[in-house]
Design a protein around this ligand. Structure first.
Ligand SMILES: [Zn+2]
Length: 286
């Protein structure tokens, strides 16, 4: 590994957003994964005012590898919702930020069918033309399996086909290389990380809630910090710019502005070594 200085090992927050849209009424399943567009814009504008730059995972790679340093954080938007294109993209362009959306390749132009069993409101997903527009705007498309499966409930052949197939289908329909993968529900075991690596992905993201540590974390199991309806602005800023997640983890809770009732206890403190990580990791809502 190249020589890493203190500056280029600064931990990097990778934010995970879902639907950028007004929240449905209370009691609706997965309501916490909505964030109104004005709040998304407010969060990113605040970080920009503080001198931080939001980047797609692809653009973050040199920082994650410790080759570059700076006040940067990652922006990811899961599932490829149409509201990512309609509501998030204008803000990203306004601020000069980039982001990665993780697309379910067999549902391009479809809906979040995987959520329907939970009673979630059907939401339209980006079609090929939207995805091409997203890429033309400088953004990244990553893969999120073919059908948004629970990888840990799949046999090995199915898991491999979901991981490899989504890369192939996206590359065929969009004509660009797909470098980044995201485990649906964050759910994966070490063998899935290996499958993703062999499929040709350069990185893969999970739902382990922590900042990423350049030169230390496995690029195929990168942690992310989920930003949800109840995450208020000061908490968001603190999670990007400080090690507050570590402090929250040491207390076994989250700070004011978070709703602990909607969260399982934190399992992995920010400085946990991947070697100590449980074999199976996931969040059933994502
Ligand atoms: Zn997802």
């Amino acid at each position: 590994m190249e020589h890493l200085t203190q500056a280029n090992t600064r931990p990097i927050a990778i934010l995970a957003y879902h639907q950028i849209a007004p929240a449905p009424r209370r009691g609706t399943p997965v309501r916490s994964l909505f964030l109104p567009g004005w709040r998304f814009a407010l969060q990113l504008r605040a970080l920009k005012l503080l001198g931080w730059r939001g980047l797609s995972i692809r653009d973050l790679e040199p920082y994650l590898a410790g080759r570059q340093s700076g006040k940067v954080f990652g922006i990811t938007l899961d599932d490829g919702y149409l509201n990512t294109y309609e509501r998030a993209l204008p803000t990203l362009l306004e601020l000069g930020f980039t982001a990665t959306t993780f697309v379910v390749s067999a549902q391009i132009g479809g809906t979040n069918a995987w959520d329907h069993d939970q009673g979630a409101v059907p939401a339209p997903l980006m079609g090929v033309d939207h995805l091409r527009g997203w890429i033309a705007a400088g953004m990244e498309v990553g893969a999120h399996t073919r059908h948004h499966v629970h990888l840990c409930r799949c046999d090995a052949a199915t898991a491999r086909s979901e991981i490899e197939g989504s890369k192939r289908e996206l590359e065929d329909s969009l004509g660009v290389p797909v470098r980044s993968f995201c485990y649906p529900y964050g759910e994966h075991r070490a063998e899935h990380a290996e499958m993703a690596r062999r499929a040709g992905y350069v990185n893969a993201t999970t739902t382990v809630s922590s900042r990423a540590h350049p030169g230390r974390d496995d690029p195929m199991r990168l942690p992310r910090i989920s930003i949800e309806l109840h995450t208020n602005l000061p908490v968001l800023v603190a999670r990007v710019t400080t090690g507050i997640r570590r402090w929250e983890a040491s207390r076994g809770t989250r700070v004011a502005g978070a709703n602990p009732a909607q969260h399982p206890p934190l399992r992995f403190p920010e400085d946990s070594a991947w070697g100590q990580m449980a074999d199976t990791v996931g969040d059933s809502r994502l």
